[in-house]
Write a new protein. Sequence first.
Length: 278
Amino acid sequence: MELKRVRRAFVDLPHGQVHLRTAGEGGVPLVMLHASPFSALVLEPLVARLGQKRRVIAPDTPGNGDSAPLPIAVPEIADFTASLVHLLDAMGIAQADFYGAHTGARIAADLALKHPARVRKLVFDGFGLYTPQALAEILATYAPEIAPDDQARHVLWAWHFMRDQHLFFPWFKRDAEHRYTRDMPDAATLHALLLEVLKAITTYHRSYRAAFRYSMAEALPRITHPVLLAFAQDDMVFPKLAEAHALLPGSVMRPTPGLGTDAAAEETAGIIAAFLDS
């Protein structure tokens, strides 16, 4: 699959500027919404490939990457959805396909429910379904508020937080029971991801906590759009794929190899493109 050049831009919205990556032109636009705590940087392998046949836009969620945070101390997914609608309006996009991973999946689901005419098709690349006990622990522990200090302890914390997310789930349970079997990214990738976390170190937790508070179990049965469940096989939530499909019995279920290698990204992009083009 041809790789399109990925360009970067800022768009002025009521709350501030949103940073995005974009590639391609024509066709039904595809808006790609990333997982917390990173930015649309993690989606570049897909943006470059899927931009071959369509216009692809991948914004940084407000308060992540290079996007300004929402002026709300405790935003909910509905607030991120409203910001996304402002972005669509600013870019002249009346309707699009939407890809969402984790936090991005929740924003896309909420958009489909609140603004169904703006959505043609949905691709969900992973999201958690938690018991009340597990959710309470995650909300209390997973995304603490962090402030910079003059000893740079926030930098060391961010490094371990970001690295350990690739080793354990949840990241704060560093034991054999919660260890991933997948390989950790190389040092250059970890460094790039660390920089994305540090950019938003004082606000990264807002979208995280909003995502955990949003119930996909309640939202999914109400969605009427065509949906592809494209969970990556090396994702921490891959075991939830069958449960997600049961909540969306009309959805298409296609496991993917993820984005860990060029070959994996190529196959994943092909699966998504085939669904969008069908």
